[in-house]
Ligand binder design. Structure first.
Ligand SMILES: *[C@@H]1O[C@H](CO)[C@@H](O)[C@H](O)[C@H]1NC(C)=O
Length: 359
């Protein structure tokens, strides 16, 4: 890898193209401690242009994340606007889309609107969520008594979309987020292919061939009126909007122009430059990290308290339902493997937790 970067540097002055390329992948000091984080052009990532692989891997190893930039026909501002309009709808309109734990009249268990908990104990995790998945319809229901077959069916829960009197809004909202879902899914899968090439794990992409359980979450972290002692970081005492944690699968994140995200780097939480109008942050969580033999970090992160309603969009790409998650690419037993064989079994417990806590 070092040799590769060095070769590029040495030949860069010879062509007009390469300095440009380097600037994109290793941008200048504008972002301080994270100035070396790779910015990978969307098209090159999607087209399996393998020059991106070592940059992507190096960025993942050093910082635990990278940016995807230059996404054609994408507007973060439009998404942000629609998301805000959705959250500004009357509470009874949103209730029609609420998960059944919140509104027992509804069928949807986890796609749709999940209002935040507003009680004192849970204030640290106070957020509203609107969950969008890959399915608009699902197949015929299964009669089987088999728990896993039932779960496979449950995993295909179709999306619910707002139906307001304003056709411009609900048509635009649905189209915008269906397109946004595709872009993020493309990024997630192309990332898996790239890291599989870079690490020489040819069997990795097959684990992600289907994405029954991928989820995009439109999140609103409302301004808090109350502050109590459990909102402060145990690590360094900072007042937080979201607890320090690591993710589980592959994350594609939009922070728009909303600050607050901090990533642990060299034992210190540091502000992460926002994704702005046309980029995404990609990182991995524990489950995927274990699958690739923990050769890159599943990075710890958190959201510091900010004095405005904060909107963000997460997208999580998990392995397919039948993927064996018990063994890493080199054949080692994973943490998940202590308890589960396939990803579907992992989902079962995860969904059980949602029934208890939303998420
Ligand atoms: C209808 O929705 C559009 C797009 O979301 C919005 O710009 C417009 O203000 C809405 N009209 C009304 C009457 O709410």
């Amino acid at each position: 890898m070092k040799t590769f970067a060095l070769v590029l540097l040495l030949v860069a002055p010879a062509t007009a193209l390469l300095p440009d390329l380097l600037d994109k992948l290793w941008p200048e000091e504008e972002h301080g401690v994270f100035s070396g984080v790779a910015k990978i052009p969307y098209k090159d990532l999607l087209n399996d242009n393998s020059y991106v692989d070592p940059f992507l891997l190096q960025s993942m190893k050093t910082y635990g994340f990278f940016y995807v930039v230059d996404v054609p026909e994408y507007s973060a501002a439009l998404e942000h606007d629609y998301m805000k309009q959705f959250y500004d709808l009357d509470e009874d309109v949103k209730d029609e889309l609420a998960i059944r734990r919140h509104n027992p009249a509804n069928k949807n268990a986890y796609r749709g609107y999940c209002p935040g908990l507003d009680d004192v104990e849970n204030t640290l995790q106070y957020k509203n969520l609107y969950n969008i998945g890959p399915h608009e319809t699902r197949g015929a229901s299964v009669e089987s008594e088999d728990v896993m077959e039932k779960l496979r069916y449950d995993c295909q829960e179709p999306n619910v979309w707002p139906e307001t009197g304003n056709c411009t809004f609900h048509k635009g909202f649905k189209e915008t987020f269906q397109a946004g879902f595709e872009i993020r899914r493309n990024i997630g899968r192309a990332f898996i292919r790239s890291i599989a090439r870079a690490m020489n794990y040819p069997n990795l992409p097959a684990l992600f061939a289907e994405d029954e359980f991928s989820a995009m979450g439109l999140r609103k972290y409302p301004i808090r009126k109350k502050i109590n002692s459990n909102m402060y970081s145990d690590f360094d005492g900072t007042l937080l909007r979201e607890l320090e944690h690591i993710d589980s699968t592959v994350t594609v994140l939009s922070t728009f122009n909303n600050g607050g995200l901090e990533i642990l780097h060299k034992n210190q939480y540091r502000a992460v430059p926002v994704t702005g109008e046309n980029s995404f942050i990609v990182n991995i969580g524990k489950l995927v990290d274990d699958l690739i033999d923990n050769k890159v970090p599943a990075v710890r992160h958190r959201v510091a308290e900010v004095d405005f309603d904060r909107y963000s969009i997460t997208y999580f790409l998990g392995p397919q339902f039948d993927a064996n998650i018990a063994r890493s690419m080199s054949g080692k037993l994973t943490d998940a493997g202590q308890k589960y064989t396939i990803f579907g079994e992992w989902i079962k417990d995860y969904l059980g937790a949602i029934e208890l806590f939303y998420y």
